[in-house]
Design a protein around this ligand. Structure first.
Ligand code: SF4
Length: 581
């Protein structure tokens, strides 16, 4: 990647002199003296010395608790740009998704940081000095680190694949589940006698029920959950089936009833109960080693469980590429946390959740998977499989290969891998039971169509699947006859001035201040002042729908979720942001 080495060092007088020189034209010397005192007195702040061919070329002051670059400066005045890019490459290879705090008005630093891929997300004042928080675009991080770099050494993980006979009787499913757990070391490895076990299925929405018939592939098959409870009953003291539905968050109870989950408690009324995680009591926890959202409110049910078993479905996701173990825990968070996770970065949020809530066992329901436009509008695909393991990243890697997908194509799986949560390399995952080759069957992928309209252009250079997938989802709602002129589609409406929508970290055409400009996500946050900005990474579907449909004031906005609730969450998020320093 670069010939730069980063060594931990001390604060030197050379550095102090260099910083005083650097900031002299910009700000009162109290700015750097204040910071210097803090860096000197806080042993947890890391002072990196960047060397090239053994010579000190730059210094980086870094706080690992907040993943914040507090300072980055070259040793030679006037030398910057290219050298700092190499230093940053070395830093993110080591520290992953970092942020930076720079002095407002430091145009030189702002410019090269934006060129590298940092975006200004927050302005605040510390001791009278105005600071800008810069977040690194996740898409840029993936491009610069991706695969082929050194990831924290992952140990070998075991993942088991169990076939289920085509008839999928309850006995078949129960037997396959016992075999799978046996291949992973037996139930005693995961559940202590008398302990509380939380089963976290995926019950995302009501799309899996068509005219009273369960179609499969959208929510976790209740027969698998029944079989799991049957296996756990002789050992566990309490079994909790817990979910917080992601679409229409007030309706988890209705989902439990719709899919028959509410009858699971009848298996043993003393031991089995259901919990709606969207209304559960919460406990605030710091995320060890987390980034961006380093403190999260977690449902008490998840925080106090002796063991958690995650049971996602084998399905495609239009933005995350696959919705499996990593994605399943989004439903384990309360509504405001779910909403905020889009704002601060959904992919990192999923990694953070796994640092907080650690399922000891994941069993992917591959009885019937979902291909094409998952996670709720795809096509069921019969697979007759269970896939299980203890490491969610390794389980996702195997499940994705079974689906004919590259594990590195899923942003949350790749990010978790790059941050050392587990391996995705085939040689680091031992597969027991059936082999991947024996059971693999390619899943149809959604065709992401970002073609604009007559006067509406889309600029999506280098966007990751997050913004691309969500924008496709909203644009599709414009591909219907325009009520003003049914001979053409809404997307082809005449706009004067024309409309430009930008997403991804680069801009293939210069922003034209004369057009109506819409900018998506953290990647386009540096352009926010030039038009309408949709905050988030990726922005929440509601945010995109609101922004794009504001171009069509005479057209009723399609419903995504309960608007009143989403608006309430939006207000709560604003309160959270207003209290941030
Ligand atoms: S803002 Fe959008 S394109 Fe950029 S990293 Fe986030 S999801 Fe991907």
């Amino acid at each position: 990647m670069s010939e730069i080495t980063l060594e931990k060092g001390r604060l030197s007088q050379d550095l102090l002199k260099r910083l005083r020189d650097y900031y002299l034209p910009l700000v009162d010397p109290g700015y750097i003296d204040n910071r210097w005192t803090r860096w000197r007195n806080d042993p947890r702040i890391i002072r990196y010395v960047a060397k090239k061919a053994g010579e000190t070329g730059a210094w980086v002051i870094y706080d690992p608790r907040t993943s914040m670059i507090e300072e980055i400066v070259t040793s030679t005045k006037g030398e910057g740009g290219e050298f700092l890019v190499s230093v940053m490459d070395a830093l993110i290879a080591r520290e992953s998704l970092v942020a930076a705090e720079i002095l407002e008005g430091d145009e030189e630093k702002y410019r090269w940081m934006v060129d590298y891929g940092f975006r200004p997300t927050h302005r605040h004042t510390v001791r009278g000095f105005p600071l800008v928080r810069m977040e690194l675009s996740t898409a840029v991080y993936f491009e610069r680190c991706g695969l082929g770099r050194s990831v924290k050494a992952s140990s070998e993980e075991l993942v088991a694949i169990e076939r289920v006979p085509v008839a999928q009787t309850r006995e078949d499913i129960g037997k396959a589940l016992r075999n799978l757990v046996g291949r992973l070391g037996g139930l005693a490895r995961f559940v202590k006698p008398g302990g509380t076990v939380v089963i976290k299925p995926n019950i995302v929405s009501d799309h899996g029920m068509k005219e009273g018939v369960y179609t499969g592939g959208i929510v976790t098959d209740i027969r698998l959950v029944e079989a799991l409870i049957g296996l756990l009953l002789p050992v566990a003291g309490r079994i909790v089936v817990a979910e917080g539905s992601s679409i229409n968050r007030s309706e988890t109870g209705r989902m439990f009833a719709l899919y028959g989950y509410d009858r699971l408690a009848d298996m043993d009324r003393r031991k089995v109960r259901l919990v709606d995680l969207n209304t559960d009591r919460l406990i605030e926890k710091r995320v060890p080693g987390g980034k961006r959202m380093t403190s999260r409110k977690v449902p008490l049910t998840m925080a106090t469980a002796d063991a958690i078993i995650s049971v996602p479905v084998l399905k495609v996701h239009f933005a995350a590429i696959a919705s499996l173990a990593m994605k399943n825990l989004q439903g384990a968070m309360p509504p405001l946390e779910k909403y905020m996770s889009h704002f601060f970065g959904l992919w990192q949020s999923l990694v953070n959740i796994h640092l907080l809530i650690k399922p000891g066992l994941t069993i992917v329901d591959g009885l019937t998977g979902l291909e094409d436009f998952g996670p709720v509008s795809g096509r069921p695909k019969r697979m007759n499989l269970l896939i299980g393991g203890t490491n969610p990243v390794a389980v996702d890697a195997v499940a994705m290969r079974v689906m004919g997908l590259d594990p590195a194509s899923s942003p949350p799986v790749l990010l978790a891998y790059l941050q050392g949560l587990g391996p995705i390399e085939q040689e680091l995952i031992r597969v027991a039971g059936a082999s991947i080759e024996e059971v693999a069957s390619p899943f149809l992928q959604p065709e992401i169509n970002l073609k604009g309209g007559r006067d509406l252009a889309i600029h999506a250079s280098r966007a990751c699947p997050g913004c691309s997938g969500y924008l496709h989802f909203v644009l599709n709602k414009l591909r219907r006859p325009d009520p003003r002129d049914p001979t053409r589609l809404l997307i082809d409406r005449v706009f004067e001035p024309k409309v430009d929508i930008f997403l991804g970290p680069s801009t293939d055409t210069p922003v034209n201040p004369g057009t109506t400009n819409l900018f998506m996500g953290i990647c386009q946050q540096h352009h926010a002042a030039l038009g309408t900005h949709m905050p988030g990474c990726p922005p929440h579907a509601e945010v995109i729908l609101n922004s794009i449909f504001s171009l069509f004031p005479d057209v009723e906005r399609p419903k995504y979720a309960d608007e009143t609730e989403e608006a309430k969450l939006g207000r709560m998020l604003n309160e959270v942001l207003s209290t941030q320093g």
